[in-house]
Every structure is written in structure tokens, then in C-alpha cells.
Design a protein around this ligand. Structure first.
Ligand code: SF4
Length: 90
């Protein structure tokens, strides 16, 4: 899905909630990025150990589940993600 379509979908909270799905490249675990990511780079800049960009799709994913010491950075990335595409908890 192109960025423009993702932005339009993200503007409609009902559509977003009903259509977003886990991006396939996330490593197994409770932290994940869904497919509404708009490729803004925030998460990587905050928690660079845990988020990586898929250059083919222009989409971020969780490349490594956070350790105890990395969780606070992932929580910060989740809070700052402009489209609430990051999911996970302590
Ligand atoms: S902060 Fe959110 S929208 Fe931005 S790259 Fe990360 S997951 Fe994607």
C-alpha cells in the first residue's frame, strides 16, 4: 500500500482499527508494527536496536524484541508514533 493510501486510512479511525494487520516481517513476540506505518523514521531514531526499515515496502518492523533495558525506549517510540502503528507493552 502506498503512503498516500495509508495516510487516508489512518485518518479514519474505524477503518484503521478494522483493517490494520501485523506486518509480516516483525520478529515473533508481543511487540510489533502494523501495516499502517508511514515510514517517518521516529521509532528507529528512538529505539534503534528494535526497529528496522524494510526498504522494499517503505515500512518499519520490530527486528528484535526489547530486553528489559530497551523497553522504555520502545514505549517512547510507541507513544511518539504519529499513526499508532507500534503495539507492545512492558
Ligand atoms: S514511528 Fe510509527 S509511522 Fe514512524 S516509522 Fe515508526 S512505526 Fe512507522
Amino acid at each position: 500500500m502506498d503512503i498516500e493510501s495509508k495516510i487516508l486510512r489512518n485518518l479514519d479511525p474505524i477503518k484503521k482499527a478494522s483493517t490494520n494487520t501485523r506486518y509480516s516481517k516483525n520478529v515473533p513476540g508481543k511487540w510489533l508494527v502494523d501495516d499502517s506505518c508511514i515510514d517517518c523514521d521516529y521509532c528507529k531514531n528512538i529505539a534503534f536496536n528494535n526497529f528496522k526499515r524494510d526498504t522494499e515496502d517503505g515500512q518499519y518492523y520490530v527486528c528484535k524484541q526489547p530486553t528489559e533495558s530497551e523497553i522504555s525506549k520502545c514505549l517512547e517510540a510507541k507513544k511518539k508514533c504519529p499513526v499508532n502503528a507500534i503495539h507492545g507493552s512492558k
